[in-house]
Design a protein around this ligand. Structure first.
Ligand code: EAX
Length: 322
């Protein structure tokens, strides 16, 4: 009878294990069919294909794993694998990222994508990597607009006294304080109920999120202020990534790039079709907005959140990108 040494059995077990399927969960705060859900599916399909089926997985949408801040903490302790999140709460972990959240800084989608896909974007992904997280790729949420249940917003005066939910983001809160609203930071999974119950009068989000969350059910007015470009980012747990071979890490990077491309394509589609959808569902869309007074107040009150700590060099670099 052939005797197997213990070493041979252990090697066989290790080999088998290394080829065993590994389940990856991609968490995010929006609906499965949202621009993040489309990105999660693209991530998983690409990873499964590149790995020959070694890695498979599923998305955990709709805040099942918690709000974005909770999910980022989950990555740091290794309880979560991959998360697609806006940069909203990320500044609490990587303050340098606040530069991307500054109001009226990005001119348009082309400008934002060029910055994020260039050296500035890479520098900030590297900063994320210095804070017990792995920034795999910049994805996208979109330009944010104000919705509310009380009255049309056309000027900063119209914001006065509005209880407006913001993300847990110091720059955004300072910006809305400066514009005259009363900002209330809140995790996204709590928002729809808070709007339904009148805990807050309004909120601000891109058309992509307003449509994904069906906010027309609890909000009457949307003002296309476009006051902030909201990046999203594909983050991974450093504990997971440290357990992978270099080749496997490359698969995760490629999958994240595919995710970002799919999300951006969906943002493009919804930017075209989304406003009509809001109107079809009964929202009054205010488009005749002079952004200058909003920008003056928002910049005066919020840029210091970033420049007090990091100066204005990064801001000038972002503005200079063509
Ligand atoms: O990332 O919290 C928010 O308003 C975000 O835009 C939403 O969770 C998508």
């Amino acid at each position: 009878m052939k005797h197997f040494t213990l070493g041979a059995i252990a090697a066989l077990a290790l080999t088998t294990a290394s080829h065993a399927q590994q389940q990856i969960v991609v968490g995010h705060a929006l609906s499965p069919a949202s621009h993040y859900g489309v990105g999660a599916d693209a991530f998983l399909n690409t990873l499964t294909e590149l790995s020959g089926g070694t890695f498979t997985g599923s998305q955990a949408p709709a805040g099942q794993l918690g709000g974005e801040r909770d999910m980022i903490e989950g990555l740091q302790i290794g309880s979560l694998d991959v998360v697609i999140t806006s940069t909203g709460p990320l500044g609490n972990f990587v303050p340098q990222v606040y530069a991307l959240d500054l109001p009226f800084l990005f001119r348009d989608y082309d400008h934002a994508r060029t910055v994020l896909d260039g050296e500035i974007g890479q520098e900030l992904l590297d900063k994320i990597g210095e804070n017990n997280l792995v920034g795999l790729a910049w994805s996208e949420n979109g330009f944010r607009h104000v919705t509310n249940a009380r009255h049309p917003v056309r000027t900063p005066e119209d914001l006065k006294g509005l209880k407006l939910r913001t993300m847990e983001n110091r720059v955004h809160m300072a910006a809305f304080e400066g514009m005259g609203a009363a900002p209330t930071p809140m995790a996204f999974p709590e928002l729809f109920t808070a709007l339904q119950q009148g805990v807050v009068d309004g909120q601000e989000n891109p058309v992509t999120v307003i449509t994904a969350a069906k906010f027309w059910e609890v909000q009457k007015y949307v003002s296309l202020t476009g006051h902030v470009y909201s990046p999203a980012v594909v983050l991974a747990s450093p504990i997971l990534l440290d357990s992978l071979t270099e080749e496997q890490k490359g698969w995760f990077m490629e999958a994240a790039k595919a995710s970002a491309a799919a999300t951006r394509a969906e943002v493009n589609r919804l930017e075209e079709a989304g406003v009509a959808l809001l109107r079809e569902n009964g929202m009054e869309v205010i488009t005749d907005i002079d952004k200058a007074p909003f920008a003056a107040l928002a910049e005066e009150s919020s840029y210091a959140v970033y420049t007090d700590q990091y100066g204005s060099e990064m801001i000038e670099r972002i503005k200079a990108v063509e």
